[in-house]
Ligand binder design. Structure first.
Ligand SMILES: [Ca+2]
Ligand SMILES: [Ca+2]
Ligand SMILES: [Ca+2]
Length: 237
């Protein structure tokens, strides 16, 4: 029985043991403040990390697509023997670019039509179109690469694209008339993050090289505008 009594907390008798209610309240408030500070730092870091991740993802996505497109647009008009039919730029406007080039050393049949369906015959022409379309039917636009046999997205989540043409006489236009006079293509491309960031509002306006504007979208998607000039080294030879 003695041991049990020794553990009882008798008021006024054992003041130095444990904490008073006020001390406990202070401790609770202080630890609450510390937890809140740590949590808000954590949330801020998470937001920064999410923003950085989205920007990196967009840039990689847009860069990869642009690399493929740049390499091919430079090939427009490639016709080393001067005997191939259908090379050069065949359709050119602000949102669509179609062109052909000789692709007879790539071990691939690039023109699968009956009359010249031979695999990789001499002077066979590959015809390529770049334009925006909704790949995967998920209600967002993507940069498409279309050939007679295949359509694929080379960059996903692209809100807008603009092809602006620099002509042989140095003038620039979105609607070239004499397609053989095209010398360079300036491409503006607006990429969007794949997911929203609820803590971010996009009210920005994006200006293309031709001075057209895109936005404001007033949504929660981050975006990046990329502009590049591609010299069509096989045009005008
Ligand atoms: Ca080929
Ligand atoms: Ca062929
Ligand atoms: Ca899509």
């Amino acid at each position: 029985m003695k041991t049990i009594h020794a553990h009882l907390d008798i008021p006024g008798h054992n003041r130095n043991r444990g904490f008073t209610l006020v001390e406990l309240m202070i401790a609770l408030v202080v630890s609450g403040v510390i937890v809140a500070a740590i949590y808000s730092t954590y949330v801020a870091q998470q937001r920064t990390a999410l923003a950085q991740e989205q920007v990196v993802e967009m840039q990689q996505n847009i860069r990869a697509g642009l690399d493929i497109m740049e390499r091919e647009i430079r090939m427009a008009g490639y016709n080393p023997r001067r005997t191939a039919i259908g090379t050069g730029i065949t359709t050119a406007n602000a949102t669509q670019l179609v062109f052909g080039f000789v692709a007879d050393t790539d071990q691939m049949n690039n023109n699968p039509v009956a009359v010249n369906a031979t695999i990789d015959e001499v002077d066979e022409v590959e015809t390529v179109e770049y334009y925006l379309y909704d790949a995967y039917a998920d209600a967002d636009m993507d940069l498409g690469r279309r050939t007679p046999t295949n359509t694929q997205a080379v960059a996903e989540n692209i809100d807008a694209v603009e092809f602006y043409y620099i002509m042989a006489d140095g003038t620039k236009t979105l609607t070239p008339v004499t397609l053989t006079d095209i010398r360079s293509v300036q491409v503006s491309i607006l990429a969007r993050a794949s997911r929203i960031d609820p803590s971010f509002t996009n009210s920005a306006t994006y200006t293309t090289v031709s001075n057209a504007t895109w936005g404001p979208y007033n949504d929660n998607f981050r975006r990046r505008l990329l502009v590049t000039t591609i010299h069509c080294r096989n045009m005008g030879l």
